[in-house]
Design a protein around this ligand. Structure first.
Ligand code: DQA
Length: 171
C-alpha cells in the first residue's frame, strides 16, 4: 500500500497545516446584529454562536476556517479577492441584502472563479418579492435557505463534499 494512502487528513494537517482545505465564510450586512435583529425572522442565534459552531465542525474535520463579516460591499469584494490570492478553496456566503443588489460581488466571484455556496437564514421565497431575486444564485455551486443557523452548518457539509470533487472549480 502506498504511504500516501494511509495518511489521513488529520495527520496531514499535523504535518503540514498549509495543506489543509481552507474555507472562508462571509457574512454580509446587518448579520452582526443577529440575535437581536428581527428574531421572528432570523432566530435567536448570534453571529458569534454561528461562527463557534462552524469552528467546531471545522476542527473535527481538520479544515482551516476563516470567518468575516462586513456591512460594506467593497470590503466583501476585497475579501473574495484576498481569498483567491490566499488559496482558499471554497467560500460560504450569506450576502444578506447585497444578494438582491450587488453586481460587484457577483463579478468578484466571476473574476476569481472561487466556488461558493449561497446561504440564507430565512426562506427568502416566503418573504417580499424583491428578496426572490439573487445576483449570485445562478453562479453558485448551490443555495441553502430557510434553516436558520443550520443553513450554515449544512452549507459547510456541502462545501466539504464539493471540495472532494477532483475539479472544485466554480462550475
Ligand atoms: C438574509 C435574507 C436577505 O433578504 C436579508 O436582506 C438579510 C438576511 C437571510 O439570511 O435570510 O439580511 O440573507
Amino acid at each position: 500500500m502506498k504511504i500516501e494512502a494511509i495518511v489521513n487528513q488529520s495527520l496531514l494537517a499535523a504535518i503540514n497545516p498549509l495543506q489543509m482545505t481552507k474555507i472562508l465564510v462571509i457574512h454580509g450586512p446587518n448579520l452582526n446584529l443577529l440575535g437581536s435583529r428581527e428574531p421572528e425572522v432570523y432566530g435567536s442565534d448570534t453571529l458569534a454562536s454561528i461562527n463557534q459552531s462552524l469552528a467546531k465542525l471545522a476542527d473535527k474535520r481538520s479544515i482551516r476556517l476563516e470567518t468575516f463579516q462586513s456591512n460594506i460591499e467593497g470590503e466583501i469584494v476585497n475579501s473574495i479577492h484576498q481569498a483567491a490570492a490566499n488559496q482558499v478553496q471554497f467560500v460560504i456566503i450569506n450576502p444578506a441584502a447585497f444578494t438582491h443588489t450587488s453586481v460587484a460581488i457577483r463579478d468578484a466571484f466571476l473574476a476569481t472563479d472561487l466556488p461558493f455556496i449561497e446561504v440564507h437564514l430565512s426562506n427568502v421565497f416566503a418573504r417580499e418579492e424583491f428578496r426572490t431575486h439573487s445576483y449570485l444564485s445562478d453562479i453558485a455551486k448551490g443555495v441553502i435557505i430557510g434553516f436558520g443557523k443550520s443553513s450554515y452548518l449544512l452549507a459547510f457539509e456541502a462545501a466539504l463534499i464539493a471540495c472532494k470533487k477532483p475539479n472544485a472549480k466554480r462550475k
